[in-house]
Design a protein around this ligand. Sequence first.
Ligand code: ZN
Length: 329
Amino acid sequence: MKAEDMGWLGVPNSDLLQSALYLIRTRTAETYVQKVKAHSGVEGNKKADELAKASLEKEPDASTVINVPVNWKYNGARLAKMNFNSLYRWINYLEDKGPTTRAPQIVEWLLEDFAAWGGRKHTPESLWNSIRNSPFRREVTDFYWQALHGRTVCGPYFCHWGGEWEERQFCSCGEMETLQHILNGCDDREWVTKAWREAVNILGELKAAGQEAFLIPSYEQAMTIGLTSRKKKGAERLIKIVISETAFAIWKHRNAVVIRNEAVNGARAASTVRDVILRRAQVDLNTTRLPEFRSRRHLRRQIAKITATWENLFREVPGPLRWIPSDHG
Ligand SMILES: [Zn+2]
């Protein structure tokens, strides 16, 4: 493959193509490749199109990533096929000036924004770690992982697909449907504001407990919420949970609207946010009740942090953590 000979430099979705090549090469039967015109009624092409559409409805999941074993990776450019121009591009790449994924760009831009708002300047590693660890749920981590790579299935993702897909770059309001637009930039989707307002209401309880008020976050703030730091670790944990879960809930509702043509209104979006936060509280409550949490001394500090996450929110309710309706979770 030509792209392979060139070391996959500047090839969109090269990681996916490399995985596909690996699967083809490890087949025992011979594989023939034939180029067909898109949307011209070729059976295999129609089937592939259907599968592509169906997979759009699934949630992104890092576990479906095919790991190509190192000895199957042919990504070293073959010098014999190199011309001066491509060699130059490779040198630039090796000097880290021309990344093949958008992740370094996106991460750098988010970190700059974070610092501009008075946070400290973090390393890319700390942003990646911030989404990998508690209190991010696995599903939410997957969503953030895709977002930091610029690979959420929206707007710019469809640029290279051609045909009918090109229209899908745009939101119903006419603007490019970037993740930024989805999370906090569309005037046509009132339900997004309603979802964020619900999140801010929940966090408003922190203000009563002497913490600073939390306003509706920008896209950048939502994406870097894992880096947020508060003196009170319970408050910090609650902010991370509420903002990341709300961003993820908005993303899922957007998929319902755009991919499944469902109607979403403010009430539905707000109740999803409320429900997901209550469910998180219930899971936390169950965790603190595990026998090993009670018996091991070093885990008691964790219980204290988990309890601190919710105590402000439900402090009016008598008894430790008695506030949770038992039918949740
Ligand atoms: Zn829009």
